[in-house]
Design a protein around this ligand. Structure first.
Ligand code: GLN
Length: 307
Protein backbone atom coordinates (compact mmCIF):
# COMPACT_ATOMS: atom_id res chain seq x y z
CA UNK A 1 0.00 0.00 0.00
CA UNK A 2 2.97 2.35 0.53
CA UNK A 3 3.82 2.19 -3.19
CA UNK A 4 0.22 2.85 -4.07
CA UNK A 5 0.06 5.85 -1.77
CA UNK A 6 3.12 7.27 -3.49
CA UNK A 7 1.51 6.61 -6.87
CA UNK A 8 -1.76 8.40 -6.09
CA UNK A 9 0.09 11.36 -4.56
CA UNK A 10 2.14 11.60 -7.78
CA UNK A 11 -0.98 11.34 -9.94
CA UNK A 12 -2.59 14.14 -7.94
CA UNK A 13 0.46 16.38 -8.38
CA UNK A 14 0.67 15.57 -12.07
CA UNK A 15 -2.96 16.48 -12.75
CA UNK A 16 -2.89 19.73 -10.80
CA UNK A 17 -1.82 21.72 -13.85
CA UNK A 18 -4.80 20.41 -15.86
CA UNK A 19 -7.44 21.63 -13.44
CA UNK A 20 -8.79 24.31 -15.75
CA UNK A 21 -10.16 21.69 -18.17
CA UNK A 22 -13.76 20.49 -18.29
CA UNK A 23 -16.89 22.01 -16.82
CA UNK A 24 -18.65 21.51 -13.50
CA UNK A 25 -22.32 20.41 -13.75
CA UNK A 26 -24.45 23.53 -13.49
CA UNK A 27 -28.06 22.31 -13.72
CA UNK A 28 -28.52 22.86 -9.98
CA UNK A 29 -26.87 25.53 -7.80
CA UNK A 30 -25.52 23.00 -5.28
CA UNK A 31 -23.32 21.40 -7.97
CA UNK A 32 -22.56 24.63 -9.89
CA UNK A 33 -20.89 26.16 -6.83
CA UNK A 34 -18.38 23.30 -6.29
CA UNK A 35 -14.75 24.33 -6.70
CA UNK A 36 -13.45 22.56 -9.85
CA UNK A 37 -10.01 22.25 -8.21
CA UNK A 38 -11.28 19.72 -5.70
CA UNK A 39 -9.57 16.40 -6.23
CA UNK A 40 -9.43 13.09 -4.40
CA UNK A 41 -8.41 9.49 -4.97
CA UNK A 42 -9.10 6.61 -2.60
CA UNK A 43 -8.22 2.93 -2.99
CA UNK A 44 -9.52 0.08 -0.82
CA UNK A 45 -7.83 -3.31 -1.15
CA UNK A 46 -8.98 -6.87 -0.50
CA UNK A 47 -7.88 -6.67 3.12
CA UNK A 48 -10.19 -3.72 3.57
CA UNK A 49 -7.31 -1.26 3.93
CA UNK A 50 -7.80 2.18 2.42
CA UNK A 51 -5.30 4.77 1.24
CA UNK A 52 -6.28 8.15 -0.12
CA UNK A 53 -5.05 11.52 -1.24
CA UNK A 54 -6.29 15.09 -1.83
CA UNK A 55 -9.71 16.20 -0.61
CA UNK A 56 -10.37 12.67 0.52
CA UNK A 57 -12.48 13.56 3.54
CA UNK A 58 -14.75 15.97 1.75
CA UNK A 59 -18.27 14.84 0.87
CA UNK A 60 -19.53 15.16 -2.68
CA UNK A 61 -22.78 14.30 -4.41
CA UNK A 62 -22.46 10.76 -5.74
CA UNK A 63 -25.33 11.29 -8.22
CA UNK A 64 -25.42 8.47 -10.77
CA UNK A 65 -22.92 6.33 -8.88
CA UNK A 66 -25.91 5.59 -6.62
CA UNK A 67 -27.32 3.58 -9.54
CA UNK A 68 -24.84 0.79 -8.77
CA UNK A 69 -26.15 0.43 -5.22
CA UNK A 70 -29.81 0.66 -6.21
CA UNK A 71 -29.23 -1.97 -8.89
CA UNK A 72 -27.60 -4.33 -6.39
CA UNK A 73 -30.48 -3.78 -3.98
CA UNK A 74 -33.18 -4.28 -6.63
CA UNK A 75 -31.57 -7.50 -7.88
CA UNK A 76 -31.59 -8.70 -4.29
CA UNK A 77 -35.26 -7.86 -4.04
CA UNK A 78 -36.69 -9.22 -7.30
CA UNK A 79 -33.80 -11.26 -8.76
CA UNK A 80 -33.32 -11.65 -12.49
CA UNK A 81 -36.97 -10.72 -13.08
CA UNK A 82 -35.64 -7.16 -13.03
CA UNK A 83 -34.32 -7.71 -16.54
CA UNK A 84 -37.86 -7.93 -17.89
CA UNK A 85 -38.24 -4.21 -17.11
CA UNK A 86 -34.79 -2.91 -17.93
CA UNK A 87 -32.20 -4.11 -20.46
CA UNK A 88 -28.47 -4.57 -20.05
CA UNK A 89 -27.13 -3.24 -23.32
CA UNK A 90 -25.08 -0.08 -23.76
CA UNK A 91 -27.23 2.75 -25.05
CA UNK A 92 -24.72 4.78 -27.04
CA UNK A 93 -26.89 7.75 -26.04
CA UNK A 94 -26.67 10.49 -23.43
CA UNK A 95 -27.50 9.61 -19.82
CA UNK A 96 -30.82 11.48 -19.97
CA UNK A 97 -31.86 10.54 -23.50
CA UNK A 98 -35.45 9.59 -24.32
CA UNK A 99 -35.05 8.52 -27.97
CA UNK A 100 -34.64 4.76 -27.52
CA UNK A 101 -37.63 4.45 -25.20
CA UNK A 102 -40.04 4.76 -28.09
CA UNK A 103 -38.52 1.93 -30.13
CA UNK A 104 -38.11 -0.30 -27.12
CA UNK A 105 -41.64 0.23 -25.77
CA UNK A 106 -40.66 1.92 -22.55
CA UNK A 107 -37.94 -0.59 -21.59
CA UNK A 108 -34.71 1.37 -20.93
CA UNK A 109 -31.51 -0.01 -22.45
CA UNK A 110 -29.75 -0.43 -19.10
CA UNK A 111 -30.05 0.42 -15.39
CA UNK A 112 -27.34 3.12 -15.45
CA UNK A 113 -28.94 5.63 -17.81
CA UNK A 114 -31.53 7.79 -16.06
CA UNK A 115 -34.55 5.97 -17.50
CA UNK A 116 -33.19 2.62 -16.30
CA UNK A 117 -32.40 3.90 -12.82
CA UNK A 118 -35.91 5.35 -12.57
CA UNK A 119 -37.33 1.88 -13.31
CA UNK A 120 -35.02 0.43 -10.63
CA UNK A 121 -36.31 3.06 -8.17
CA UNK A 122 -39.86 2.03 -9.06
CA UNK A 123 -38.97 -1.60 -8.29
CA UNK A 124 -37.56 -0.57 -4.91
CA UNK A 125 -40.72 1.38 -4.16
CA UNK A 126 -42.97 -1.71 -4.41
CA UNK A 127 -44.62 -2.35 -1.05
CA UNK A 128 -43.07 0.77 0.49
CA UNK A 129 -43.66 4.43 1.10
CA UNK A 130 -41.06 6.56 -0.72
CA UNK A 131 -39.32 7.41 2.57
CA UNK A 132 -38.92 3.69 3.35
CA UNK A 133 -37.47 2.96 -0.10
CA UNK A 134 -35.05 5.88 0.28
CA UNK A 135 -34.07 4.66 3.75
CA UNK A 136 -33.49 1.18 2.35
CA UNK A 137 -31.09 2.50 -0.31
CA UNK A 138 -29.24 4.60 2.26
CA UNK A 139 -29.05 1.62 4.64
CA UNK A 140 -27.58 -0.54 1.87
CA UNK A 141 -24.89 2.06 1.11
CA UNK A 142 -24.09 2.42 4.81
CA UNK A 143 -23.77 -1.33 5.29
CA UNK A 144 -21.56 -1.65 2.19
CA UNK A 145 -19.36 1.21 3.42
CA UNK A 146 -19.45 0.13 7.07
CA UNK A 147 -20.29 3.70 7.88
CA UNK A 148 -23.48 5.04 9.45
CA UNK A 149 -22.56 8.68 8.93
CA UNK A 150 -23.36 8.66 5.19
CA UNK A 151 -26.26 11.03 4.51
CA UNK A 152 -28.50 12.48 1.83
CA UNK A 153 -28.22 16.22 1.11
CA UNK A 154 -31.85 17.41 1.21
CA UNK A 155 -31.04 20.64 -0.68
CA UNK A 156 -29.67 18.64 -3.62
CA UNK A 157 -32.74 16.36 -3.60
CA UNK A 158 -35.02 19.43 -3.64
CA UNK A 159 -33.12 21.03 -6.51
CA UNK A 160 -33.19 17.79 -8.50
CA UNK A 161 -36.95 17.72 -8.02
CA UNK A 162 -37.36 21.36 -9.05
CA UNK A 163 -35.27 21.09 -12.22
CA UNK A 164 -35.68 17.46 -13.25
CA UNK A 165 -37.97 18.12 -16.22
CA UNK A 166 -36.28 15.54 -18.43
CA UNK A 167 -36.53 12.93 -15.69
CA UNK A 168 -40.25 13.70 -15.38
CA UNK A 169 -40.54 13.31 -19.15
CA UNK A 170 -38.73 9.95 -19.06
CA UNK A 171 -40.91 8.75 -16.20
CA UNK A 172 -44.15 9.86 -17.86
CA UNK A 173 -43.12 8.15 -21.06
CA UNK A 174 -42.35 4.88 -19.31
CA UNK A 175 -45.55 5.08 -17.27
CA UNK A 176 -47.46 5.39 -20.56
CA UNK A 177 -45.95 2.04 -21.59
CA UNK A 178 -46.85 0.53 -18.21
CA UNK A 179 -43.22 0.16 -17.12
CA UNK A 180 -43.62 2.28 -13.98
CA UNK A 181 -46.06 0.95 -11.42
CA UNK A 182 -46.31 3.93 -9.07
CA UNK A 183 -47.25 7.59 -9.49
CA UNK A 184 -44.24 9.18 -11.12
CA UNK A 185 -43.73 11.81 -8.42
CA UNK A 186 -43.27 9.01 -5.87
CA UNK A 187 -40.83 7.02 -8.02
CA UNK A 188 -38.88 10.17 -8.89
CA UNK A 189 -38.82 11.15 -5.22
CA UNK A 190 -36.86 7.96 -4.57
CA UNK A 191 -34.60 8.53 -7.56
CA UNK A 192 -33.84 12.18 -6.71
CA UNK A 193 -32.96 11.29 -3.14
CA UNK A 194 -30.60 8.46 -4.11
CA UNK A 195 -28.81 10.87 -6.46
CA UNK A 196 -28.41 13.26 -3.50
CA UNK A 197 -26.45 10.79 -1.34
CA UNK A 198 -23.14 12.40 -0.43
CA UNK A 199 -19.95 10.59 0.39
CA UNK A 200 -16.24 11.16 0.66
CA UNK A 201 -13.89 9.41 -1.75
CA UNK A 202 -12.80 7.18 1.14
CA UNK A 203 -16.38 6.19 1.93
CA UNK A 204 -17.03 5.51 -1.75
CA UNK A 205 -14.08 3.18 -2.32
CA UNK A 206 -15.03 1.40 0.91
CA UNK A 207 -18.67 1.12 -0.19
CA UNK A 208 -17.66 -0.35 -3.55
CA UNK A 209 -15.07 -2.86 -2.41
CA UNK A 210 -17.59 -5.73 -2.18
CA UNK A 211 -17.78 -5.65 -5.99
CA UNK A 212 -14.02 -6.26 -6.23
CA UNK A 213 -14.16 -8.97 -3.58
CA UNK A 214 -16.71 -11.39 -5.05
CA UNK A 215 -19.66 -9.69 -3.34
CA UNK A 216 -18.24 -9.77 0.19
CA UNK A 217 -17.15 -6.86 2.35
CA UNK A 218 -13.57 -7.68 3.41
CA UNK A 219 -13.89 -5.78 6.69
CA UNK A 220 -17.18 -6.97 8.11
CA UNK A 221 -17.08 -10.32 6.29
CA UNK A 222 -20.70 -9.69 5.27
CA UNK A 223 -21.92 -11.01 1.95
CA UNK A 224 -23.48 -7.98 0.28
CA UNK A 225 -24.36 -9.78 -2.98
CA UNK A 226 -23.50 -13.24 -4.34
CA UNK A 227 -20.28 -13.77 -6.24
CA UNK A 228 -22.15 -14.29 -9.49
CA UNK A 229 -24.18 -11.11 -8.98
CA UNK A 230 -21.05 -9.07 -8.29
CA UNK A 231 -19.54 -10.36 -11.53
CA UNK A 232 -22.66 -9.39 -13.45
CA UNK A 233 -22.94 -5.92 -11.92
CA UNK A 234 -19.30 -5.35 -12.86
CA UNK A 235 -20.10 -6.41 -16.44
CA UNK A 236 -22.91 -3.87 -16.68
CA UNK A 237 -20.63 -1.21 -15.18
CA UNK A 238 -17.99 -1.95 -17.81
CA UNK A 239 -20.40 -1.81 -20.74
CA UNK A 240 -22.83 0.88 -19.58
CA UNK A 241 -21.34 2.77 -16.61
CA UNK A 242 -20.26 5.83 -18.58
CA UNK A 243 -23.26 6.18 -20.95
CA UNK A 244 -22.15 7.10 -24.48
CA UNK A 245 -18.61 7.36 -23.11
CA UNK A 246 -18.51 3.71 -21.96
CA UNK A 247 -16.46 2.52 -24.93
CA UNK A 248 -13.96 5.31 -24.44
CA UNK A 249 -13.68 4.57 -20.71
CA UNK A 250 -13.08 0.86 -21.46
CA UNK A 251 -10.45 1.85 -24.01
CA UNK A 252 -8.66 4.20 -21.66
CA UNK A 253 -9.11 2.49 -18.30
CA UNK A 254 -10.35 -1.04 -19.01
CA UNK A 255 -12.22 -1.51 -15.73
CA UNK A 256 -15.86 -1.64 -14.64
CA UNK A 257 -16.69 1.93 -13.65
CA UNK A 258 -19.62 4.16 -12.79
CA UNK A 259 -19.56 7.92 -13.05
CA UNK A 260 -21.78 10.64 -11.63
CA UNK A 261 -22.27 14.29 -12.62
CA UNK A 262 -20.93 15.29 -9.21
CA UNK A 263 -17.52 14.36 -10.67
CA UNK A 264 -17.07 11.03 -8.89
CA UNK A 265 -16.14 7.71 -10.49
CA UNK A 266 -16.16 4.33 -8.78
CA UNK A 267 -13.91 1.83 -10.58
CA UNK A 268 -13.61 -1.85 -9.71
CA UNK A 269 -10.48 -3.99 -10.08
CA UNK A 270 -11.84 -7.52 -9.54
CA UNK A 271 -9.73 -9.42 -7.03
CA UNK A 272 -7.57 -6.37 -6.27
CA UNK A 273 -9.26 -3.17 -5.19
CA UNK A 274 -11.95 -0.56 -5.58
CA UNK A 275 -10.96 2.96 -6.57
CA UNK A 276 -12.93 6.16 -6.03
CA UNK A 277 -11.87 9.35 -7.75
CA UNK A 278 -13.41 12.79 -7.48
CA UNK A 279 -12.78 15.78 -9.71
CA UNK A 280 -15.89 17.90 -10.38
CA UNK A 281 -15.14 19.20 -13.89
CA UNK A 282 -16.78 16.99 -16.53
CA UNK A 283 -16.13 16.11 -20.16
CA UNK A 284 -18.75 16.54 -22.90
CA UNK A 285 -20.46 13.29 -21.91
CA UNK A 286 -20.89 14.23 -18.28
CA UNK A 287 -18.06 12.07 -16.92
CA UNK A 288 -15.26 13.41 -14.73
CA UNK A 289 -12.46 14.55 -17.01
CA UNK A 290 -9.52 14.41 -14.62
CA UNK A 291 -11.06 11.51 -12.73
CA UNK A 292 -10.84 9.45 -15.90
CA UNK A 293 -7.31 10.68 -16.52
CA UNK A 294 -6.31 9.73 -12.97
CA UNK A 295 -7.66 6.21 -13.47
CA UNK A 296 -5.76 5.95 -16.75
CA UNK A 297 -2.51 6.83 -14.98
CA UNK A 298 -3.21 4.44 -12.11
CA UNK A 299 -3.93 1.45 -14.36
CA UNK A 300 -0.90 2.23 -16.50
CA UNK A 301 1.38 2.04 -13.47
CA UNK A 302 -0.28 -0.87 -11.66
CA UNK A 303 -1.23 -2.94 -14.70
CA UNK A 304 -4.75 -3.19 -13.23
CA UNK A 305 -7.15 -3.89 -16.05
CA UNK A 306 -9.81 -6.38 -17.02
CA UNK A 307 -7.80 -6.95 -20.18
N1 GLN B 1 -29.30 13.65 -10.91
C1 GLN B 1 -28.78 13.54 -12.24
C2 GLN B 1 -29.93 13.42 -13.22
O1 GLN B 1 -30.86 12.72 -12.92
C3 GLN B 1 -27.87 12.36 -12.31
C4 GLN B 1 -27.21 12.24 -13.64
C5 GLN B 1 -25.79 11.73 -13.60
O2 GLN B 1 -25.11 11.69 -12.57
N2 GLN B 1 -25.31 11.40 -14.77
O3 GLN B 1 -29.92 14.02 -14.26
Amino acid sequence: MADLKLLIDTVRDELQSMQHQGKVADYIPELAKIDPRKFAISITNMKGETISTGDDNERFSIQSISKVFSLALALGKVGDGLWRRVGREPSGSAFNSIVQLEHERGIPRNPFINAGAIVVADVLLAGHQPREAIAEILRFVRIAANDDTIMIDPAVARSEQATGFRNFALANYMRAFGNLHHPIELTLGVYFHQCAIEMTARQLSEAGVFLANGGRDPRSGLTIVSKERARRINAVMLTCGHYDGSGDFAYRVGLPGKSGVGGGILAIVPGEASIAVWSPALNARGNSLLGTRALELIVRETGWSAF
